[in-house]
Design a protein around this ligand. Structure first.
Ligand code: KG4
Ligand code: ZN
Length: 344
């Protein structure tokens, strides 16, 4: 079966094509058109502008993907399109496009939950560099860290999930983006902070580790962001070294909380495997910290391959492939946007 994935939940127009066989998935095309340059001018994603850009880019991006895979619409057996969560106007563009292609070319379409896409991005898929070689052993404890979400989820089976904890305010990626703005760095802030942090001292300032010592598995990052804001307001001048130190100290605080809480949950619930997925999981220091902590305790760590950390349509198509029976049942259902669709 050949699946064409469509992802437009935020500011990336993602189109991918995968081949799904009984026990194997292969990437045939993986295309991402990023709108970062447009939104950087506004310091964040503007939903209406995101939708307008998706409208302009989506059809050419689909053709690029088909060309790269040497395929036409005739060869596509199913469309898998992100239905939520995400920005409603942006989701609508992908969903409308899927509906039109479905009607014109008689290809069944199925709506996919975006966070499930992130969670299943650690399953093996050929031709994606650094993709896992083996399927993860289940149950698996999955930390989803993106611009919109921070959630600790148990993957009991593919399609059966339980959310153990989530952020009560800002998502981890959102905190990176907001702190970056405070330091005067462009959007998106995650990659900028991580670049600056490389030359900073993570011990320079002891920023708070919100909720780390509380027994629940929820997160909170807005207080940490406020602590950085007050700290910056107290400084007479922000030298470049000072900015590096703030970036490194902030990043360390986020990492301590994410690693601390995830591993505590793994220990308490006797998990042997942990996965780290979503846009923030591109952060090299975070990946290293998870790798070290898991190694120490003998846990297997599953990391999303770099190409699948940020929003992309390969992970969306992978959900349709990995949940084949369910996808079949749900194919043809209404494709209205579900901006607040939660896992499970
Ligand atoms: O998963 P994603 O592409 O979109 C959402 O579903 O939200 O995640 C985007 C988020 C942004 O907040 C961005 O700043 C963050 O991921 N991010 C990073 C890094 N690369 C992207 N955060 C920290 N370090 C990075 N290297
Ligand atoms: Zn995402």
């Amino acid at each position: 079966m050949i699946i064409l994935g469509i992802e437009t939940s935020c500011d990336d127009t993602g189109i991918s094509i995968i081949r799904a066989e009984r026990n194997r998935m292969t990437s045939l095309a993986h295309v991402r058109y990023s709108q970062i340059k447009t939104h950087a001018q506004y310091g964040g994603v503007v939903p209406e502008i995101a939708a307008r850009e998706h409208t302009v880019t989506i059809i050419p991006t689909i053709h690029t993907a088909l060309d790269r895979a040497h395929l036409t619409f005739h060869d596509i057996d199913r469309l898998a399109v992100t239905q939520g969560p995400g920005l409603a106007p942006a989701l609508s563009v992908g969903l409308d496009t899927a509906r039109i292609i479905s009607a014109l070319h008689h290809i069944p379409a199925v709506g996919i939950q975006h966070i499930e896409g992130h969670m299943l991005s650690v399953w093996p898929i050929a031709k994606i560099p650094k993709s896992a070689k083996k399927r993860p052993r289940l149950p698996l404890l999955s930390l989803v860290v993106s611009g919109g979400h921070t959630q600790l989820v148990v993957i009991k089976k593919i399609g059966v999930y339980k959310v153990l904890g989530k952020t009560r305010d800002d998502a981890a990626g959102e905190a990176f983006d907001k702190v970056a703005a405070l330091i005067g760095l462009p959007y998106p802030g995650g990659p900028e902070i991580s670049r600056l942090a490389k030359q900073g001292n993570p011990l320079a300032t002891a920023f708070p580790r919100p909720m780390l010592s509380e027994p629940n598995l929820d997160f909170s990052f807005s207080g940490l962001k406020t602590a950085v804001r007050y700290y910056i307001a107290d400084q007479k001048k922000l030298s470049i070294q000072k900015k590096r130190d703030i970036a490194a100290s902030f990043q360390r605080a986020v990492i301590d909380v994410l690693v601390g809480k995830t591993l505590r949950a793994a220990e308490a619930l006797h998990f042997r495997g942990v996965s780290l997925v979503g846009g923030v999981s591109a952060n090299a220091a975070l990946r290293r910290a998870f790798a070290d902590a898991c190694k120490k305790r003998g846990y297997t760590l599953y990391l999303a391959p770099p190409q699948l950390t940020q929003d992309n349509a390969t992970m969306i198509a992978m959900v349709a492939a990995l949940t084949h029976a369910r996808a079949k049942r749900e194919t043809g259902k209404r494709l209205d946007p579900r901006p607040a669709w939660e896992v499970a």
